[in-house]
Ligand binder design. Structure first.
Ligand code: DQQ
Length: 517
């Protein structure tokens, strides 16, 4: 621990875990840090069968400062075991923080590439792990790249994507070219220590579109993540749907503002990426930030993201914890060349207390009897007629008159006719909480409803909410004050519920956790 305590470290460290555990908003089947602050997923991987989740961690309190790498392992992607802190700042290039990075297999040696922070400077560093990945030794060569590319005025320079290519290594470092847009700089190396600058993978255009738009590219790209997404279309129809599609995922950042995760589809070849289409990765924007993915031993592309808080900095500090890791998601490519996201099926092992409803027509409010609470997994199969709207209220507190004092509403609307506004998914949090200090901004995005068909998955874990509508995710946070967990359905216009399956979900942590396990 640092000798000097941060002014926000107002909760004594020995009380942080108990404080965090007592918070009704704390998720029980999503990964959260033992207490204190959590942000980006790092070094996500599977090594000899075991899944590793490292994360940006401040055990001093629920604020972003002097970041370490927390570490947890899992054999099933469901339950997690806390492991000792993997990386901690030390005198040198990471003296002020061990920021985001990745894990690679260097000929059998687990190796981390991360951003060391010293003052305002962030530079790539390397650490080598013991065979069990529990102890890490920093490379004497750190920083392994001594400065951003010469002659380029960069907005920032951090976060890494590293892969084996041919007989060498390649690395992307997230950045932005001032006055132009976000970018990822490409480097090559034989040994992960000496890197040659290749060039920008490509440079985004920050002047394209409205900076307030939900798909604005930002002035810097954080947490760049390049991977082969599968065979599909690059969008021009000329490829017959059989083109190799690569995805470049990044988190659009601007001047300290974490905006939203986006991805380009296109083709990585040679030393550059030819972008074809830009998409939103999650309609929750900053509530699913800094995602990182890996290919697991079965070949699935598994992705984690950071669910930021929607409450004030003071409320986080008071709560003793901040930040939730998303459930791991599998990413696949659909026929239109867009990513489809779904929680890994392993999560279903937490389900109990099954209730089924349908088939039936929906109209006014239908309460979901037999299932309520704030740890739920709901699967709905619906059919919407053009112009109709379906609503699912969760985390509701009944008043006794049929109304809800608090309620978080997921809404899906079906396009009325050709040429009218398209079908959409929307989250209405205006009545989520009586606490007026929490964020209630509306979140939404387009969703295709072929023949009116909608597969909706809604996962509620206290303040964490993950919604998937025909594979389009919307992640958010909600902070009801009354503790209600009612669920109800309603529709305007003809909506048919083919089937609803609902389950309660088990906790994944038992027993008290430790800040430093
Ligand atoms: N958070 C990290 C950075 C990254 C940002 C610092 C994204 O490495 O750019 O904790 O949330």
């Amino acid at each position: 621990m640092t000798g000097l305590m941060h002014p926000l470290a107002t909760v004594p460290q020995d009380q942080l875990v108990a404080r965090a555990e007592a918070d009704p908003h704390r998720p029980r089947f999503h990964f959260v840090s033992p207490a204190g602050w959590l942000n980006d997923p790092n070094g996500v991987s599977q090594w000899n069968g075991t899944y590793h989740l490292f994360y940006q961690y401040n055990p001093e309190g629920a604020f972003h400062h002097r970041i370490l790498w927390g570490h947890a392992t899992s054999t099933d992607l469901v339950t997690w075991l806390d492991q000792p802190v993997a990386l901690e700042p030390s005198e040198g290039p990471d003296g002020d923080g061990c920021w985001s990075g990745v894990l690679v297999n260097d000929g059998g040696t687990p190796t981390l590439v991360y951003s060391g922070r010293s003052g305002e400077r962030e530079l790539p560093c390397v650490a080598v792990g013991s065979p069990d990945l529990l102890t890490w030794t920093k490379a004497p060569e750190n920083p392994v790249i001594s400065a951003p590319p010469a002659g380029v005025d960069v907005t920032a320079f951090r976060d890494h994507c590293v892969w084996r290519e041919g007989s060498g290594w390649r690395q992307l470092v997230g950045s932005g070219v001032r006055g132009r847009g976000g970018t990822a700089f490409l480097y090559a190396s034989d040994d992960l220590r000496a890197w040659n600058y290749v060039g920008p993978l490509f440079i985004g255009d920050a002047s394209a579109g409205d900076p307030a738009a939900t798909d604005w590219q930002g002035t810097m790209w954080e947490c760049v993540d390049l991977f082969r997404a599968g065979a599909g279309t690059l969008g021009d129809g000329a490829d017959g749907g059989n083109a190799q599609v690569d995805a470049l995922v990044f988190s659009a950042w601007d001047d300290g503002d974490t905006r939203h995760p986006l991805y380009w589809t296109g083709r990585y070849s040679g030393d550059s990426f030819t972008p074809r289409q830009l998409h939103r990765l999650d309609y929750g924007g900053r509530y699913y930030y800094a995602p990182q993915s890996f290919s697991d031993e079965s070949g699935r592309r598994v992705m984690f993201g950071w669910l930021q808080e929607g409450r004030t900095d003071e409320a986080m500090v008071e709560a003793g914890w901040s930040g939730v890791m998303s459930l791991p998601r599998v990413a696949t490519l659909d026929a239109t060349g867009e990513l489809v996201l779904a929680p890994v099926p392993e999560i279903e092992s937490l389900r109990y207390g099954h209730v089924r409803l349908g088939p039936q027509a929906l109209g006014g409010f239908t309460m979901l009897d037999g299932i309520d609470g704030n740890q739920l997994d709901l699967e709905l199969d619906l059919e919407l007629e053009p112009g109709s709207v379906f609503r699912l209220g969760v985390l509701g507190t009944p008043t006794g008159t049929g109304d809800m004092t608090e309620e978080t509403v997921i809404e899906v609307g079906c396009q009325a006719s050709e040429g009218s506004a398209g079908s959409y998914l929307r989250l209405d949090r205006t009545r989520s909480s009586l606490d007026t200090s929490v964020d209630i901004e509306e979140l939404s995005g387009p969703v295709a409803l072929p023949d009116g068909g909608l597969r909706l998955r809604v996962i509620v874990d206290h303040s964490a909410l993950e919604v998937f509508a025909n594979g389009k995710p919307l992640t958010a946070r909600a902070y009801p004050t009354l503790g209600g967990g009612s669920v109800r359905l309603s529709a305007t216009g003809p909506v048919r519920l083919r089937q609803l399956d609902a389950w309660r979900m088990e906790d994944v942590f038992d027993g008290p956790r430790q800040l430093f396990p």
